[in-house]
Ligand binder design. Structure first.
Ligand code: PLP
Length: 372
């Protein structure tokens, strides 16, 4: 299908800026290994998020593996890591790669983040190495303080997968990136801060930041001796240069998307939005459709007007064939939300008239909300 309004449209910097960076990199001969662009990008991320620990990566997935390995160690096929089923596949894959046993727990319906009560039950159920929660769709979760309390009571590391959320804020207005023991970001082409492939892990703790950075570079510590868990997860200079450019633009990108959100908000009728979405950087807009709304028909009707809608994170992870045997607690909320979730475009190609048309389709087809 070729939509006139794709769900995601990366917003890249002007070609002449990228060309100038390319020329600078080829002239310097430094293509990787924490070169000048990576250093600038890393420092810029720290300033933007107000954190002392920053490590850049080739993807959020390599960042997740490094964060789990650095903060939780290595699994023994028995110790468990608790995560939501309602998230992207990278988290459970990173857990399995390190030989931990993943355990899926349910989400809370208002924010779509891990329900702390469900996590508490899972912790009581056997040996746990850590918590890998997620800021769903990159939205800073209103539950983050409860997650941190839970982690500290149980003396467990808390890693937050904030992959889609660079530029988002928690409800208190602080940028996401400094909560839990570490937060993980993606700079994939589909994310608000798009580089193509890239990621970062951030922490309030500068020492954790250094260990994370060492993990991205074979576990080397300054010299060329490996002293800890590591592999090659480094970000290239070309990607870092794009990152520096995007960092300068992210506030404008987010501001434009929040304006589009305002247009949707005024017209959503009986459908609802996850709490604190207004402070997110909006990779796309997740809408929880009113109960009974014919989601698949709506996706088809939107395609009919040239708008691409999808259904992240449905199917949730426990429905993927690969993760069917992953142990899990009750998942009632996950299984309800995954039937009703709809992802809508919010990038700069969406104008108010398009939102009006989208709203007409959503309202008309459900028969719940009409007329605007
Ligand atoms: C995009 C995303 C990832 C994966 O990011 P990569 O940079 O492609 O590895 C992981 N988790 C979540 C929640 C995501 O949205």
């Amino acid at each position: 299908m070729s939509s006139s309004h794709p769900l995601i449209r990366p917003e890249f910097p002007p070609t002449e800026h990228v060309a100038a960076d390319y020329a600078a990199i080829t002239a310097s001969g430094r293509f990787s290994n924490f070169g000048p662009f990576e250093q600038r990008f890393r420092a810029g991320i720290g300033r933007r998020l107000g954190v002392d620990g920053v490590a850049t990566y080739s993807s959020a997935t390599t960042g997740l593996i490094a964060a789990i390995g650095t903060l939780m160690g290595r699994g023994d096929g028995n110790r468990r890591v608790i995560l939501p089923s309602f998230t992207f596949a990278a988290a459970v894959q990173a857990i399995e790669l390190l030989d931990f046993v993943p355990v899926f727990v349910d989400i809370e319906p208002g924010s779509l983040g891990v329900d702390p009560e469900r996590a508490r039950e899972a912790i009581a159920d056997g040996p746990v190495a850590g918590l890998l929660f997620a800021n769903p769709f990159g939205i800073g979760s209103p539950l983050v303080s409860e997650w941190e309390r839970l982690a500290s009571e149980a003396a467990l590391p808390l890693v937050i997968d904030s992959a889609a959320g660079f530029g988002s804020e928690y409800p208190d207005g602080t940028p996401i990136g400094g909560r839990g023991d570490a937060e993980v970001f993606s700079f994939h082409a589909t994310k608000p801060l798009a580089v193509g492939e890239g990621g970062a892990v951030t922490s309030r703790d500068a020492d954790i930041g250094e260990r994370l950075r060492s993990a991205s570079n074979f576990g080397f510590d300054g010299g060329r001796e490996s002293v800890r868990m590591g592999f090659n997860g480094k970000l290239s200079e070309f990607a870092a240069a794009l990152g520096v450019r995007q960092l300068e633009r992210i506030d404008r990108i987010v501001e434009a998307r929040r304006e589009v959100l305002g247009w949707y908000r005024a017209r959503l009728g009986a459908h609802s939005l996850p709490s604190n979405v207004e402070r997110s950087s909006l990779a796309f807009l997740p809408v929880v459709l009113a109960a009974g709304a014919p989601r698949d028909e709506l996706v088809g009707a939107l395609a009919g007007i040239g708008v691409e809608a999808r259904t992240y994170y449905a199917p949730s992870l426990h429905r993927h064939p690969r993760f069917a045997d992953v142990p899990r607690g009750p998942l009632e909320v996950t299984e309800d939300v995954e039937q009703r979730i709809l992802s809508l475009p919010v990038h700069s190609g969406i104008d108010e008239g398009t939102v009006e048309e989208i709203a007409r389709v959503l309202g008309g087809a459900t028969g719940i909300v009409d007329p605007w």
